[in-house]
Design a protein around this ligand. Structure first.
Ligand code: 26M
Length: 818
């Protein structure tokens, strides 16, 4: 189906017109950046028509709408993805060819909108793609950060953070909507006033600072269905322009403060992943976008519905982790203070409208705010939380009389802190984890008391990814091959991809499949040569670990094993060894010193290994700078082995694991997160599983029974690897990696020695790696295994995940556009 606008000739004319109109230039004179802008405007033109039609259809059909509330949307580039979903990619590529332009080069002009950290933010982006593709009415609600996730440079092996000014040249796909601006209030105090109209008291917020929230809308194009949904991200502006005469009125100070508040609030994304920083500005960001989004949703509802008590019939708010959980109290505030409902009615509506997704059990990620800070910044909202807490504590007492331990463990307010997860669970009508194992751990461990008290709320929604970006766009060779063999239905129904199973023993198909993998490896090798100056052999095994850097994800285990292999090759030069390229990509949170040290270690090992002629290129180590959505697509396509080696129980789900699988890379991993379900689908003989189980890890943790020194003292090769961290092998400064060494062997403050069980799992990891090598040598066997991974990936589409959210939680209506 080709849209009229994408007829080649019309498209070419439009691009030329846009270059003329925007830049007063002829096509030949325009820069690649200008051509990029011109192409985007042409594409946007088509999108706008569909966008209007979609919103009209929503108005007419009045479907229930989900508001996906998230501090993060890691969208990645839009141009290529929009063309894919408009089913116009190939036509446009040809049209541009005819103009002497290369679509790939033009796509590369686009900055990666990186308004997210990692898994949680990218999941939100995949969900928006699936919602639009499945014909559901949805808004993404978030923040228009001036600076997204920092750009990573590697200098001398160290990570340097460079600001990501993604709006520098203007972002072509966004639309400013000043007519929908909302006010958000901070600070001040609450007065109780008698209201003669109702004969009761009302609460009036006074002395606050105000910020104007101005929405920018981005189109979310569904695949081949004319649906265009909206990602609405909020910018902050000062309420009044700075007025000179306010000096005289004496509120000069306040005017400056309001202006600063507006300037600061959306300045930058906090680059923490799975770590709570507790910064006041972060709470301001949360309340800012939550309040604006709720006000907009309610205003929209009220346009064509009279009864606010029926809000839940048309609206649901999904809270992406606890970050937007202040929504619970803000919705209560709006319903009571602005819509005039009493407490019980407001609570009845709120608890039918909000639902919560948990994405982590890492203790340091749990959001707890000091009462002092919270009540000062949001006095009215805090009052409401106090009342929610008071009533909930009464409920606990009723259910567990005399059991004060329950109150201590479950109260929303305790020890001078506001516990956001408790608020989300108490108010939410649904609480879900993101993989089977994760949800079980929530029920049995982390949230046990809540599960016992309200089991009906708990459910699992195993994560998924969009095959449109991570196969159709990222791996066009494989996508075409799949379509040639089983038709194009997999694009919107990934369960169809299992039809590939009939080809896994077909030698011709095997060769074609592996040849595509080879071509993708050549493409990545070229990128690595250009960006790292390192030559890698595309015939070697590409063993890849790309994800945020975190101790629990155990990049340290991976690089220690590389050192171990290096030692082996040096010691036994005659040993049979299949060439390997270990590829890493990871950003460390700017304040996470140990994570940054691990990056330095990887680069130091790379330096030594890559330049040691004696090992004849058998081993290469590459650290890909600035890992992000756009280069991720290329990396997944080129991977032979998918490293998913988190300490069991720590990775809630993982989604990179699914992207590798879909692109035909078997998992080398622990029984953690969604790896468990990947193995269920593909069979354990088609994955390389190692290490402690989640139960074993949790057992050790609860009973304090693991001593890495026993391993250190008894295993000479492991001891040798650790010794090389501090004996000058990888740095002339023998102190450089001392902290990493110590973290594995010594207790440190409250932290256990080797708290992520790296030494405990080392031998079983090395054995699994050995199996990978043996398996890879068997060419046909490997091809079969790789193909089976692709063929068994059907479950892991975010289309399936979204349909489950719709069926079990949101109950949305489908909308069709004529
Ligand atoms: C919190 C407070 C202050 C600043 C930042 C944060 C914060 C930001 C991101 C905390 C956690 C954040 O992300 C957690 C995350 O990405 N979790 C991942 O979610 C994925 C999608 O469900 C899962 O696949 C991953 O396993 C999980 O780690």
């Amino acid at each position: 189906m080709i849209d009229k606008q994408f007829k080649k000739e019309a498209f070419k004319e439009s691009v030329k017109e846009n270059v003329k109109f925007l830049y007063r230039k002829k096509l030949e004179e325009a820069t690649q950046e200008q051509i990029f802008q011109a192409v985007c405007y042409t594409v946007k033109d088509v999108i706008i028509d569909n966008w209007l039609e979609t919103q009209n259809a929503y108005k007419e059909q009045d479907p229930k709408t989900v508001y996906y509330m998230s501090m993060e949307f890691l969208m990645g580039r839009a141009l290529g993805n929009n063309l894919i979903n408009l089913t116009a990619y190939k036509e446009v590529k040809e049209a541009l060819d005819e103009l002497g332009l290369d679509l790939n080069v033009i796509e590369d002009q686009e900055p990666d909108p990186a308004l997210g950290n990692g898994g949680l933010g990218r999941l939100a982006a995949c969900f928006l793609d699936s919602l639009a593709t499945l014909n559901y009415s949805a808004y993404g609600c978030g923040i228009r950060y001036r600076y997204g996730m920092f750009k990573q440079q590697i200098k001398d092996g160290y990570q340097i953070e460079v600001p990501d000014n993604w709006l520098k040249n203007g972002y072509p796909f966004e639309l400013r909507r000043p007519e929908y601006a909302k006010e958000v209030h901070f600070g001040g105090y609450v007065d109780v006033e008698y209201d003669p109209a109702t004969g009761s008291n009302k609460f009036v917020h006074k002395g606050y600072q105000a910020v104007k929230a101005v929405p920018f809308d981005m189109p979310i194009v569904g695949y081949n269905n004319k649906i265009v949904n909206t990602l609405r991200i909020w910018d902050a502006e000062p309420i009044v322009d700075f007025e000179l005469d306010s000096f005289d009125k004496g509120d000069y100070k306040k005017a400056v403060e309001q202006e600063n508040l507006a300037r600061n609030i959306v300045e930058v994304l906090y680059p923490n992943d799975n770590h709570m920083a507790g910064k006041e500005l972060r709470l301001k960001q949360q309340y800012f976008f939550v309040s604006a989004s709720l006000q907009a949703a309610i205003a929209k509802y009220k346009k064509n519905h009279k009864d606010i008590m029926k809000l839940h019939e048309k609206v649901t708010f999904q809270m992406n982790d606890t970050h937007p959980t202040v929504a619970v109290a803000e919705l209560m505030r709006i319903l009571m203070d602005e819509e005039g409902l009493g407490w019980d009615d407001a609570w009845s509506v709120t608890t039918k409208c909000v639902a919560y997704t948990n994405h982590t059990i890492m203790a340091e990620a749990l959001e707890k705010w000091p009462v002092e800070l919270f009540s000062r910044l949001l006095p009215r909202v805090y009052q409401i939380i106090e009342e929610i807490n008071r009533r909930f504590v009464l409920e606990i007492q009723e259910k567990y009389p005399g059991n004060y331990d329950k109150i201590k463990k479950m109260a929303i307010l305790y020890d001078g802190q506001v516990k956001m997860a408790h608020l989300a669970i108490v108010a939410g009508y649904s609480v879900n984890g993101v993989a089977k194992l994760h949800t079980e751990i929530l029920k049995k461990q982390e949230l046990k008391d809540f599960y016992e008290m309200m089991p009906e709320k708990f459910n699992n929604k195993t994560n998924g990814i969009t095959q449109r970006r991570f196969l159709l766009h990222g791996n066009q060779l494989l996508a075409d091959w799949v379509t040639d063999h089983i038709g194009p239905e997999w694009i919107t129904d990934l369960s169809q991809i299992s039809k590939l199973k009939v080809y896994v023993d077909d030698e011709k198909a095997q060769q074609e499949f592996m040849n595509i993998k080879y071509q993708n490896k050549v493409r990545l090798a070229k990128y690595i040569l250009e960006h790292n100056g390192v030559e890698v052999n595309p015939r070697s095994i590409f063993d890849v670990q790309v994800k945020r850097l975190h101790e629990y994800k155990r990049q340290l285990l991976n690089i220690l094993h590389v050192i171990y292999l290096y030692d082996q090759i040096k010691k036994h030069p005659e040993m049979d060894f299949y060439p390997r390229t270990f590829i890493f990509g990871a950003k460390a949170s700017a304040g996470y010193a140990r994570a940054k040290k691990i990056i330095k270690l990887i680069n130091s090992v790379a330096d030594v290994v890559n330049n040691d002629a004696s090992i004849e290129g058998k081993l290469k180590v590459v650290f890909i700078e600035n890992y992000r959505v756009s280069n991720a697509e290329m990396i997944f396509a080129a991977a032979d082995v998918s490293e998913q080696i988190s300490t069991a129980s720590k990775e809630a789900s993982g989604t990179g694991n699914m992207k590798f699988m879909l692109n035909g890379a078997p998992t080398l991993g622990t029984m953690d997160g969604a790896n468990v379900e990947i193995v269920d689908e593909v069979g354990k003989e088609n994955a390389f599983i190692f290490g402690l189980s989640a139960d074993e890890v949790i057992n050790y943790e609860n009973n304090g029974g693991y001593d890495p020194r026993v391993i250190y003292n008894t295993d000479d090769e492991i001891r040798q690897v650790l010794t090389e961290l501090v004996n000058g092998t990888f740095s002339s400064d023998t102190e450089l990696f001392r902290d990493l060494y110590n973290s594995l062997l010594n207790q440190n403050g409250g932290e256990r020695a080797d708290q992520y069980f790296i030494l405990a799992d080392f031998r079983s990891y090395a054995a699994a790696q050995k199996k990978v090598e043996e398996a890879y040598k068997d060419e046909k066997g490997w091809a079969r295994m790789a193909m089976l991974n692709t063929a068994c990936a059907g479950k892991f589409t975010s289309d399936r995940t979204i349909q489950e959210y719709v069926d079990d939680i949101w109950h949305l209506d489908k909308v069709y556009i004529k």
